[in-house]
Design a protein around this ligand. Sequence first.
Ligand SMILES: [Zn+2]
Length: 238
Amino acid sequence: MVINSIRDYFNAFFELIFPSYCTCIICKNKYGLGNYGICKDCLDKIKFIGNGRWLQSADIWDGISCRMFSVVEYQGEIRKLVYRLKYSYETYLAREMAKMMVDYMDAEGLKGDMIIPVPLYKSRERERGFNQANLLAKYISKGKGIPYSGNNLVRTKNTTVMHQLSKRQRRDNVNNAFSLTSPKNIVGLEVILVDDILTTGATVEACLKTLLEAGAVSVTVITFTKVSQEQLIIIDEE
Ligand SMILES: [Zn+2]
């Protein structure tokens, strides 16, 4: 708690000295910014997924169908952004990343009744001081005017680091790792599940099973970025 407050103060102070609306959040030295606090040169380098910009992907696991959407490819500066948000405590980045996700949702007409972030295990969140998916989900909730629930879906199993595991092993690893503190609050809802990065989908799959079994009508997954199959080997799935 104290660490969180100190970090909030630090972020607020940093924002005062180097306002994020003045310089590009990627190269940090250009002005005249467009959307998302990113200068035109940097924006041109970002690979939005799909036909020039957006792509809808649909995957089916074990008879469960789920719509999954990711906004940008996991490459170049996007990799650094995700890393900076997660490990360098540059939490202000979440606001701009969430803006991209909100625009994506508007473009695709994505709707839902409740926004829920993919949770971290308690001790890991305590260690980091925040859950990046939580930050994104809160900003998306504000941007879309859809209620947010950050406490219902919880991770009950501290899963091991997964970068050396196969897809099947990753699925076994997160199986039964999630539960709901108030399952009745999910019944009948169209849930939007939010995460920063989609890797094999094993984590997301475990979450959506938990949500659907509790009575959610549907789960739509939106992540900021998505790794390619070739990149899987180097990415830890949380
Ligand atoms: Zn730039």
